[in-house]
Design a protein around this ligand. Structure first.
Ligand SMILES: *[C@@H]1O[C@H](CO)[C@@H](O)[C@H](O)[C@H]1NC(C)=O
Ligand SMILES: *[C@@H]1O[C@H](CO)[C@@H](O)[C@H](O)[C@H]1NC(C)=O
Ligand SMILES: *[C@@H]1O[C@H](CO)[C@@H](O)[C@H](O)[C@H]1NC(C)=O
Length: 474
């Protein structure tokens, strides 16, 4: 049996890079030869992934390529994900990505892999793949529900609603899902400008590429796996949740950045709390929370008197209300983590029962793996679709209420009363318990999917067979 060689090209941004690195570990665990292509300042973020494959037939290999911004007449670029914290830097980075095409193609010419799995932000890899007669697979970072719902919504030239806040029904999909126009990405907005060009190119390239690889599992959204394959007619493979490759505490910890809290301290705190009693609040690595919103969250948390872990960004530290930290510390009710939290470790802990989340896809999957009930608080990107999956399809969470798509990734405008109500529902009996039961069921299915013989395990093997036979046909 010949070995299959898969080349991964991740985007430099934790939300995309972490799942792709986990994906490479998963492929390596199936005996596949894997190479991750990366840039100089990002490479060190991937060494932990390589270590995870130390006992496999083929360890992950790393191949570093460099930007050639000078020749392209572009400003120098930072490719360290920790430093890309403004639209301006992100915009420079996105513009510089095509300068990677040449060194990338040199590598492909030399190593002749079976396929390329490239992030959606590299639309030109579809061209590369055609040149070398190998398949290019897109990694988009979202699930099947969002892929289907956004596809069907985009087919509407104008959603059938008389105003931006009147609900319309997403057409053609298996569930009745209501959205409003103000929850959809506003492609014309200022904040979206940096993405618009690459976004359009990505969508075009996606349609021309061989297929899509999805970090999801069949049992989570079976109707949408089928809809995507059979109705939208795209080749797609589900191989997730890929974060399962992080089996031990160490693996769960060292993802992306180093945590800013000592894990022992965090685990000790969690252990002191009763099972299912803690709500974990995090809006991911990109969303910013306004000062007034932080205030509303803080007062809601004090009022509802539940145990909580709240992750805030380093730059939000000065915005939390005065005296808040001291009061919650005195009552031993809450833990505030400033910066990067060991999210998987927390969500996996049995003391955690609820998760207030922006519904980024990685967070939704980690919530599912933790078997927790969610408060869905989407802010931007495809998070509004993910939120609908959680609340209306899976019924393992409640909506925070009427929020709208924010081009600046700013979380804002939700009042204390709505937050209190949502927290009380997910942490409470009645509705909360029914959702918890469903969430626990999904957690078991998620684990089973990646185990030998599970749906994701089998689809990964099917993927490998498929791309291998592509090569032999050529
Ligand atoms: C590799 O195998 C050794 C020996 O069995 C074991 O001690 C080690 O933990 C394994 N490493 C990983 C990353 O699984
Ligand atoms: C649009 O909405 C109106 C009023 O709700 C409804 O009567 C009509 O059937 C809808 N049209 C489509 C194409 O869904
Ligand atoms: C990625 O998925 C989102 C939905 O989750 C969709 O809106 C977008 O068009 C997709 N992008 C590409 C390039 O496929």
């Amino acid at each position: 049996m010949t070995t299959c060689h898969v080349v991964f090209l991740p985007f430099i941004g934790y939300g995309h890079m972490i799942p792709m690195a986990d994906m490479a570990v998963l492929f390596a665990s199936h005996g596949v030869k894997t190479t991750i292509i990366t840039t100089p300042s990002t490479a060190h973020r991937l060494t932990k992934s390589i270590q995870k494959t130390i006992n496999y037939t083929h360890q992950i290999e790393l191949h570093i390529i460099e930007f050639n911004t000078g020749e392209a007449g572009l400003p120098p670029v930072s490719d360290n994900p920790d430093q890309i914290d403004s639209d301006e830097l992100l915009s420079t980075l996105i513009q510089a990505l095509p300068t990677l095409q040449e060194p990338f193609e040199q590598f492909i010419a030399k190593s002749q892999p079976n396929c390329i799995i490239a992030d959606m932000f590299f639309p030109w890899t579809t061209e590369t793949a055609a040149k070398f007669n190998i398949p290019r697979i897109v990694f988009n970072g979202t699930g099947f529900f969002a892929l289907c719902a956004s596809h069907e919504t985009m087919t509407l030239h104008k959603p059938n609603a008389s105003s931006d806040s009147e609900p319309f029904i997403v057409p053609n999909i298996p569930h009745e899902i209501k959205l409003t126009r103000k929850q959809l990405p506003r492609l014309e907005s200022e904040g979206f400008k940096v993405f618009l060009k690459v976004f359009i190119q990505s969508v075009e390239a996606e349609a021309k590429s061989y297929g899509v690889i999805v970090n999801s599992f069949y049992e989570l959204e079976p109707e949408y796996v089928r809809h995507y394959r059979e109705v939208i007619k795209r080749k797609a493979w589900h191989i997730g949740p890929v974060s399962i490759c992080n089996k031990n505490v160490e693996g769960k910890l060292e993802r992306g950045k180093k945590s800013t809290i000592d894990e022992h301290e965090c685990l000790k705190w969690l252990k002191s709390k009763p099972s299912g009693s803690v709500i974990y609040i995090s809006f991911g690595s990109i969303v910013k929370v306004s000062r007034s919103q932080l205030y509303e969250i803080a007062t809601a948390l004090e009022a509802c008197n539940e145990n909580f872990i709240w992750v805030i960004r380093n730059d939000e530290e000065t915005l939390i209300p005065e005296g808040f930290e001291a009061r919650i510390a005195a009552k031993e009710k809450g833990l505030i983590i400033k910066g990067w939290a060991p999210q998987m470790l927390i969500l996996d802990h049995e003391s955690v029962g609820g998760f207030m989340t922006h519904c980024g896809w990685n967070s939704v999957l980690e919530g599912v793996l933790g078997g927790v009930v969610m408060v869905a608080w989407p802010v931007m990107a495809e998070q509004f679709y993910n939120a609908k999956l959680v609340t209306d399809v899976l019924r393992i969470g409640v909506s925070i209420g009427d929020v709208e798509w924010n081009p600046a990734s700013l979380c804002d405008g939700v009042k204390r009363a709505s937050i209190e109500r949502a927290v009380a529902t997910v942490m409470g009996a009645q509705e909360g318990d029914a959702m918890r039961l469903r969430a626990q069921g999904l957690k078991e299915k998620a684990k089973g999917a990646v185990e030998e013989g599970g749906s994701s395990y089998l689809d990964l093997n099917a993927f490998v067979e498929n791309v291998k036979s592509f090569k032999s046909k050529a």
